[in-house]
Design a protein. Structure first.
Length: 272
């Protein structure tokens, strides 16, 4: 069964492959990145956001806000239009902060094998390797890149978790090459060739399980604060509406943040 095969994949597989896509940043003797921009965030509050747009005809969209001080951060996400179920269970969606490459989301030209879908190997030169695995609990390193039992699932969800961002990943975010990617595409939206393939990460795994479904580059945030959402280190089910609303409060956490009481709303039309 697809579900049992997905959960049987070694958790190191995706992380090991993607981590090779970009070199790690150098560290100072005190553990900080030597990159000037990253060093400047070591004791300051910072905030970055991304709009997640669909890849591979997935229809998956979302919004991400990451705010922190030094290496400690809280990640907030809303995702909608994702693959919903398989074998009567929620379709698991691996999600990561990628880093160390071009800092962009792949376009149609990335489909070098011509099957109509951009797989993990084809996307990695654009968005880079796994820097942080956005799991619901436990480890957040690249080793948990495919720990699908600890990722959100279903067609619509919210995510909130406090975690530590490594120096090299933070440096990449600050220099504009940090990218959030959500994986897992409904086979029904793929070409017959892509849907019938096995994943290049593991031949026992269907291709759709690891295909990137949504992607967005992190940029300096224009909001201070997300509204109250899911429990810390967890997820909760969200509505399946096509719009995502986020309220901004007062404070000085965001880089270039707008004033107190401001309101941020982004209308989305979920692609079929």
């Amino acid at each position: 069964m697809f579900k049992s095969k997905l959960f049987a994949v070694p958790t190191l597989a995706l992380g090991a492959m993607l981590l090779g896509a970009g070199p790690a940043m150098a560290h100072s003797e005190h553990g900080g990145a030597t990159d000037g921009a990253a060093t400047s965030t070591s004791s300051e509050s910072w905030s970055f956001q991304a709009n997640l747009d669909p890849l591979n005809n997935s229809g998956t969209v979302g919004d991400v806000l990451i705010e922190g001080q030094g290496n400690q951060a809280t990640v907030y996400m809303t995702v909608d239009g994702a693959a919903e179920t398989f074998m009567d269970g929620p379709f698991p969606h691996a999600q990561h902060i990628h880093f160390g490459a071009q800092g962009t989301c792949p376009g149609p030209e990335a489909d070098v094998d011509g099957d109509g879908a951009i797989n993990v190997e084809e996307g990695a030169p654009f968005y880079g390797g796994i820097g942080t695995s956005l799991t619901t609990e436990g480890d957040t390193s690249p080793d948990s890149g495919l720990a699908v039992e600890r990722f959100p699932g279903g067609s619509s969800y919210t995510y909130e978790r406090s975690l530590e961002i490594p120096d090299d990943v933070l440096a990449s975010i600050v220099d504009g090459t940090g990218v959030v990617v959500v994986h897992g595409v409904d086979p029904a939206v793929l070409t017959e060739e892509a849907a019938n393939k096995q994943s290049e990460l593991d031949e026992s795994l269907p291709n759709a399980a690891t295909l990137p479904a949504a992607c967005g580059t992190l940029t300096a945030s224009q909001m201070d604060e997300m509204p109250e959402g899911g429990a810390d280190t967890g997820v909760s089910g969200g509505s399946q509406g096509a719009s995502v609303a986020m309220a901004a409060g007062g404070g000085a956490l965001a880089l270039g943040a707008i004033g107190a009481g401001a309101f941020f709303m982004r209308q989305r039309t979920v692609e079929s």
